[in-house]
Design a protein around this ligand. Structure first.
Ligand code: AVJ
Length: 330
C-alpha cells in the first residue's frame, strides 16, 4: 500500500474561459427577458444545490442513480475488459462512486496503466475527488481538467487511447441540437478503438417519471427553488423562493420531464446587478430544466447524426436506464 507521493500523481489544469459572474449575468438577463422565462439548469449546482442533488439520488422515487449504479456494478468488468490502458475521461465528475466501479474492475485483474481525467467546472470538487482516488488506487495518476465540457473539450489530451464517460443522464438536460453538438465534439476526440460510455434515462410509465421529479419529501422542490437563491446571491436579486411553486411534469410529445417555478402571485422582482425589474403574472413560470427520456430508436438517431455508433447496450431488467458504449462511426 502506497502512502506517500499522492501529490506527484496529481496535475490540475484550468481552462475556464469566462467567469461564472459574467456568464450568469448574461444567461439570466437573456433568460428573463423573453416570453417564456428561463434560467439554465446548470445554475442549480452551487454547494447547496449539489448537496440537494446528492440527496435526490438517495430518494426512493428517484430511480436513475441506483439503477445506473446497479448496471455499473454488474457490467464494469465487461466494460473495462477490452480497454488496454490509457485515459479514463469523465465529463462532469462530481462524486466518485461511479468511476470507482470501473477502476475497481480494472484494478482487480492486472497492471494496465490508467490515468483518470475528470473534467469539471469546480476545481475544489475535482481536487477533493482526485485526492480520494489517489489514496484508493495505487499507481493511478490523475489529470484534472477544470473546464466547461460543453465548450472546452479541446482541453482533453488527444494522444492517448481512451474511454470517455458521461454518466447520470446528464445528456438529458440538453436539447436535441445541443446534445447532437456535444456528442459530435466527443466523437471528434475519439480515435479507432476508443469508447464513449453514455448514461441515458429511458422512456417509461408517466407515473414513475413524474414521481421521480415530485418526491414526497420535497427535496426536488427545494433543489428547483435553489436556483433562485443562486440568482439572488450572484446578481443581488430579490426573489422570494417561497413565492414560487415547484412544477414538474412529463411532456409526452417532447419525451421530456420539464421543471418550472410558477409564481404564486403577480409580482415584480428586482435584479440589482442587472439593473432590471422582472414582472410576473400570477401562475407565470420560469422554465428551469428539461430532462429528456430516450427510446433506443431516438437515441440511435441522435448517435447517427453525431457520427457515433452503439457497440453495446447495458441495461437493467426493466429497461429503465441504459449505459451505452459508443464508438466513432467511420
Ligand atoms: C443530474 C440532470 C441527471 O435530470 O434527473 C434531478 C437532475 N433534476 N431531479 C435529472 C435532476 C431534478 C438530474 N440530472
Amino acid at each position: 500500500m502506497q502512502t506517500g507521493g499522492g501529490e506527484s500523481r496529481l496535475e490540475i489544469r484550468n481552462y475556464l474561459t469566462s467567469s461564472y459572474a459574467e456568464e450568469i449575468a448574461r444567461d439570466v438577463r437573456l433568460g428573463l427577458s423573453g416570453g417564456q422565462k428561463r434560467i439554465p439548469s446548470k445554475y442549480f449546482y452551487d454547494e447547496r444545490g449539489s448537496r440537494l442533488f446528492e440527496e435526490i439520488c438517495m430518494l426512493p422515487e428517484y430511480y436513475p442513480t441506483r439503477t445506473e449504479m446497479a448496471i455499473l456494478q454488474e457490467y464494469a468488468g465487461a466494460i473495462m475488459e477490452p480497454f488496454a490502458g490509457g485515459d479514463l475521461v469523465e465529463m462532469g465528475s462530481g462524486a466518485n462512486w461511479k468511476i470507482c466501479r470501473l477502476l475497481d474492475a480494472a484494478w482487480q485483474a492486472d497492471s494496465r496503466v490508467i490515468r483518470y481525467v475528470p473534467v469539471d467546472v469546480s476545481e475544489a470538487a475535482l481536487r477533493t475527488a482526485a485526492v480520494d482516488l489517489l489514496r484508493r488506487y495505487d499507481g493511478l495518476s490523475v489529470l484534472g481538467i477544470v473546464a466547461d465540457f460543453t465548450r472546452d473539450l479541446g482541453s482533453i489530451p488527444d494522444n492517448t487511447s481512451k474511454i470517455v464517460s458521461l454518466f447520470g443522464g446528464t445528456l438529458g438536460n440538453f436539447t436535441g441540437p445541443e446534445a447532437e453538438s456535444l456528442l459530435g465534439m466527443v466523437a471528434g476526440l475519439m480515435h479507432p478503438g476508443d469508447r464513449f460510455l453514455l448514461g441515458l434515462d429511458m422512456l417509461k410509465e408517466r407515473a414513475v417519471l413524474e414521481a421521480a421529479y415530485n418526491d414526497s419529501r420535497g427535496v426536488t422542490a427545494a433543489f428547483n427553488r435553489n436556483i433562485l437563491h443562486v440568482v439572488n446571491r450572484e446578481l443581488n436579486a430579490g426573489f422570494d423562493p417561497l413565492l414560487f411553486d415547484h412544477v414538474a411534469f412529463f411532456n409526452e410529445d417532447a419525451e421530456q420531464i420539464e421543471m418550472h417555478l410558477a409564481a404564486k402571485q403577480a409580482m415584480t422582482v428586482d435584479i440589482g446587478l442587472l439593473d432590471m425589474a422582472v414582472e410576473f403574472r400570477e401562475g407565470e413560470t420560469i422554465h428551469t430544466e428539461i430532462s429528456r427520456k430516450f427510446s433506443r430508436e431516438s437515441a440511435m438517431r441522435l448517435f447517427e447524426r453525431a457520427g457515433l455508433a452503439a457497440e453495446r447496450w447495458f441495461t437493467d431488467d426493466a429497461g429503465w436506464f441504459s449505459l451505452v458504449e459508443l464508438a466513432r462511426n467511420d
